[in-house]
Design a protein. Structure first.
Length: 93
C-alpha cells in the first residue's frame, strides 16, 4: 500500500524557488483560517519546520504585493472587528 509522506518538503538550499512557493502556499492556508502573522509563523515552525525568518520574509513580500488585501484582512481579524460583529449578531437575536 502506498503511503503519502506529508513531511516531505522541498529543500530551501536545493530548491529555493519551490521552497518559497511552498511557504507562500502555507501562509495562504493560514490566511484562510484567519490566523494572525504570529500565529502563522508559529504554526509553520511547529508543523512544517519552516524557520520563522523565512515565514516573516515571505509574509512581508506578500504584504508588499497585496497591500489592499492585507489592510482588509487585518481589519477583518482585528479584535475590535470581532467584537463589533459579535455585538451586531447578539443584537439581531
Amino acid at each position: 500500500m502506498y503511503h503519502y509522506n506529508h513531511h516531505f518538503f522541498p529543500c530551501l538550499h536545493c530548491h529555493p524557488h519551490s521552497y518559497i512557493r511552498m511557504v507562500q502556499h502555507l501562509i495562504e492556508r493560514c490566511l484562510l483560517l484567519h490566523m494572525s502573522r504570529d500565529q502563522c509563523v508559529k504554526a509553520l515552525a511547529e508543523h512544517a519546520s519552516v524557520w520563522p525568518l523565512v515565514t516573516l520574509t515571505v509574509w512581508r513580500e506578500l504584504q508588499k504585493e497585496n497591500k489592499d488585501f492585507f489592510q482588509a484582512y487585518f481589519r477583518a481579524i482585528s479584535p475590535r472587528s470581532f467584537m463589533s460583529k459579535t455585538k451586531i449578531y447578539s443584537e439581531a437575536i
